[in-house]
Design a protein around this ligand. Structure first.
Ligand code: LMR
Length: 401
């Protein structure tokens, strides 16, 4: 019956992370998966999460199914964080939001919804993008293409090329965009570029799908959502996936949301119904625990303040580690490769290392990066930064030999 099943080649991020766990070398360093580790290399439990979880355990009760669309307080908290409390679309009831299984779940529910109602549309993702974007949309039945994005020679953005490619797309094409802390490159649009891009999207009647997996890891909680707020300001219908995996350090709880900005409350009600139907067809209803934690933190002023402060300190630590590796690599890697550690932002830096160099780093030095050359700078700490920098310097000097 199953003889014809192919072997799974593995996932470029998650399988590598599983292989890292099996690596028995003491000095190994994991800079592959997008996870924030603290100064001691530990996955933090944020103080606000700890307190909210304590409160919830004290209130233990029965565990019914959540509604298909998710926990109502959580969905409301998602909207307020992603769109802002006083967002016009939110107060007018024009946003449909469902709770999802992390950001991936939001992308999948959104992809199913679009496939059903925009069956002829094609999807456009940035070149490069998070490996799983293409996979999710292709598995949902879409043809996926790429628009120009990253400029390898400068380590920055090819904005004009990106804009003109998007300006040539057929109406109702789906354009996948990263709100902030672009994964894998760490290169974002600035506010003026977002305004210009969104004007093109509106003019050409395109359907933007914004993925915001790192809110709070770039310029701040509200500043990171600039593109989303601008879509609302320019009255552009859009889908927005968000995740609390990173900014709440709640990876395994699978807390995400999918919001659709609609033209009217009446349309939003129907869209919500169809998102709910996509949830039912995939997994019926989402889990309770993580959603209760997030809702409790976001709606309790003291916990919310504590969460925001801790998130800001995580960002400061990432900046410190960016400066640290930059300093250690100074004079040891070409200047164009060096500047990226400071210029790119969020959890990732696109190092410019080739797949072969990444393989050498892993095999000879036990330092793990994704084969695209993406480094998770949020996993650097005072104990591993020297090992990582020395290994990179050695690999680069060997390439020059
Ligand atoms: C990553 O990009 O490393 C993370 O978002 C984890 C994942 O699921 O790929």
């Amino acid at each position: 019956m199953f003889e014809h099943i192919d072997a799974y080649a593995g996932d470029p991020i998650l399988t590598l992370n599983e292989n890292f766990a099996k690596d028995s070398r003491d000095h190994k360093v994991n800079l592959s998966i997008g996870i924030y580790y603290d100064d001691h290399g530990r996955l933090p439990v944020m103080q606000a999460v700890r307190e909210a979880e304590g409160q919830l355990l004290a209130e233990l009760g029965p565990k019914p199914y959540l509604p298909m669309a998710g926990f109502a307080h959580y969905r409301d908290a998602v909207q307020s964080l992603v769109f802002g409390d006083d967002s016009a679309a939110r107060t007018e009831g024009r946003i449909a939001t469902v709770q999802t299984l992390g950001g991936s779940g939001a992308l999948k529910v959104g992809a199913d919804f679009i496939k059903r109602y925009f069956a002829g549309s094609r999807v456009w993702v940035s070149d490069p993008t998070w490996e799983n974007h293409r996979f999710i949309f292709e598995r949902a039945g879409f043809e996926v293409n790429a628009y120009p994005y990253y400029d390898e020679s400068s380590g920055g953005l090819k904005f004009e090329e990106m804009l003109s490619a998007i300006d040539a797309l057929p109406a109702r094409s789906v354009v996948l965009l990263h709100a902030c802390c672009h994964n894998p490159t760490g290169v974002d649009l600035n506010d003026a570029q977002w305004v210009e891009l969104i004007e093109v999207i509106r003019k050409r009647d395109l359907l933007p799908f914004i993925d915001m997996a790192y809110q709070g890891f770039g310029a701040g909680i509200d500043a990171d959502a600039f593109a989303i707020r601008e879509l609302v300001r320019q009255n552009v219908p859009a889908l927005v996936a968000n995740s609390f995996s990173k900014n709440f350090s709640l990876y395994g709880e699978r807390c995400g949301g999918l919001s659709v900005i609609c033209e009217s409350p009446d349309v939003a009600a129907r869209v919500l119904g169809q998102l709910t139907s996509a949830v039912r067809a995939n997994y019926s209803n989402p889990p309770t625990h993580g959603a209760k934690i997030v809702a409790r933190v976001l709606t309790t002023p003291a916990l919310r303040q504590s969460w925001q402060q801790e998130l800001a300190s995580m960002c400061r630590r990432i900046m410190r580690m960016r400066a640290e590796i930059h300093e250690r690599l100074r004079g040891k890697v070409p200047d164009t490769m060096l500047a990226r550690y400071l210029e790119q932002r969020g959890m990732f830096t696109y190092t410019g290392l080739s797949a072969d160099q990444v393989d050498t780093l892993r095999e000879r030095h036990g330092v793990y990066l994704i084969r695209s050359g993406r480094m998770c700078v949020a996993a650097l700490n005072d104990n591993n930064v020297a090992t990582a920098a020395q290994a990179i310097a050695r690999v680069i000097s060997q390439a020059g030999d």
